[in-house]
Design a protein. Structure first.
Length: 157
């Protein structure tokens, strides 16, 4: 019961009792430490799950951080490739006199609004949600795909 009190309520006496037991002697049983405790004159034994040592924790953290750096670098390369392709296409269209800056600005605004949000981002595959339910004419809050009044759903296109 002392361990439970310590874990749940931070009981200082129970914590000291556990510390003294752990310092006095640990038994190794199939890769796990076992601690015997006496609570209310009954012996109880419970396994302590093995945890990573400091070196193992540091190594795992470094591996995870290295994987995140590799993923971020790969994404940066992909973004750079896309930016190069877009800039090349825009310059070519302008040089050929096919589009003007005003045309590009208008199209950018139109494409931005295709997902229903003027947020300066393009999210392909998101369809706009109607502002009013086609079944009952109730106003639909932004981002909802279900009429809260009649239950009519708006499937993603």
């Amino acid at each position: 019961m002392g361990l439970v009190k310590m874990l749940l309520w931070g009981d200082d006496e129970a914590e000291q009792e556990i510390d003294s037991i752990l310092l006095d002697g640990d038994d190794v049983d199939s890769g796990r430490d076992t601690v015997e405790m006496n609570a209310d004159d009954s012996a109880t034994s419970f396994p302590i799950p093995s945890t990573y040592g400091p070196e193992e924790s540091i190594r795992l953290t470094q591996e995870r951080e290295a994987a995140e750096v590799r993923e971020r670098d790969a994404l940066n390369v992909r973004v750079g490739n896309l930016a190069l392709a877009i800039e090349s296409l825009l310059r070519l269209l302008k040089e050929k006199g096919i589009v003007t800056n005003l045309d590009l600005s208008r199209m950018e605004q139109q494409v931005d609004l295709e997902d229903g949000h003027a947020d300066g981002e393009y999210h392909p595959g998101l369809s706009p949600v109607p502002s009013h339910c086609p079944k009952c004419e109730a106003r639909i809050p932004s981002g909802k795909r279900l009429c809260q009044l009649c239950g009519h759903s708006f499937p993603a296109e």
